[in-house]
Design a protein around this ligand. Structure first.
Ligand SMILES: *Cc1c(COP(=O)(O)O)cnc(C)c1O
Length: 290
């Protein structure tokens, strides 16, 4: 029904800037064109519970909204997307795609959207869309953490790594990857948001929800947001262009571009021991061309 490329490819990167560390890319962006990367891993264990309609949240360019719409289409459940901000027509490619996949869209102004996980707002949505199962923003819940935990195991089956890196939006992916670490291994998440200091609490909360306790061995790097969510800097754009030229891989500028930019900065600063084996998870493709 849905053609999934799992385990996703793990490929070593040759790059003179790596000096004495080794770097592999875990190509989760190649899992499936419609439900790629961490979006598949986060949805996977949620699907059995999705008998009826599913309601979820996201910005107008959300990869999660896109992936849930595709999952609803392929697995036969109705979807409602609650979008941050005002409706803008014509719909952008993300939302147009979601509607094409049968998703019903509704909008919350930014103030209300910030309160979206409070009982008041949730009850209002439940009343408007009766019987909907509510999936949090980014799909990050306990089942998502368990899905992303499998990613660490999948990599370990191929190489004995020291460090695994991923981008961080809501924190579900990092929470799961970190939950799957073995002794001596560590996970580094690179925040795509400005002021990402709260994300460590969020990752720990998600781990408690999924596993009953928070696990050690991970941290969130907050210095590489490049101006904030969906923002960029000339340095980030130049890094992405240069990476594309060297490796024929176009990183997205919201998530994986910032992770790789941050990781190469840390490598350049000598933050890893000589010979360290590092894995960077390419959590998704370059969808957003705005
Ligand atoms: C959604 C997304 C993320 C963010 O993952 P979280 O689990 O929300 O932290 C990272 N990378 C890509 C490509 C994404 O689409």
């Amino acid at each position: 029904m849905l053609d999934l490329r799992l385990p996703s490819p793990l490929v070593e990167l040759r790059d003179a800037r790596l000096h004495d560390v080794r770097l592999w890319l875990k190509r989760d962006d190649q899992i499936n064109p419609e439900i790629p990367g961490n979006k598949w891993r986060k949805l996977k264990h949620n699907l059995p519970a999705f008998g009826g309609p599913v309601l979820t949240f996201g910005g107008a360019y959300s990869n999660h909204i896109r992936a849930v719409a595709a999952a609803g289409w392929h697995f036969g459940f109705a979807t409602v997307g609650v979008i941050r901000g005002e409706e803008r027509l014509p719909l952008n490619p993300t939302l147009a795609y979601a509607v094409e996949r049968g998703m019903r869209l509704t909008y919350l102004d930014r103030g209300t959207y910030r309160l979206k996980h409070t009982p008041e707002v949730l009850e209002g949505l439940q009343a408007r869309f009766p019987g909907c199962l509510i999936l949090p923003e980014g799909g990050s819940n306990a089942a998502a953490v368990l899905g992303c935990r499998e990613l660490a195991a999948e990599i370990s089956a191929e190489i004995d790594f020291d460090v695994v890196c991923c981008p961080v939006g809501t924190g579900g992916t990092l929470a799961g990857i970190a939950a799957g670490l073995g002794p001596g291994q560590q996970a580094i998440g690179f925040s795509a948001l400005r002021g990402g200091g709260f994300l460590a609490d969020e990752v720990a909360r998600l781990q408690r929800e999924a596993l009953g306790e928070a696990v050690p061995g991970w941290r969130v790097e907050t210095a590489y947001h490049c101006g904030g969510y969906a923002r960029s800097t000339p340095e980030l754009s130049a890094f992405i262009d240069d990476f594309d030229e060297r490796h024929g891989l176009r990183l997205d500028r919201i998530y994986t571009g910032k992770m790789m930019y941050g990781l190469f900065d840390l490598i350049g600063k000598g933050s890893f021991r000589p010979g360290a084996k590092i894995v960077a998870v390419v959590t998704g493709p370059e969808w957003i061309s705005q």
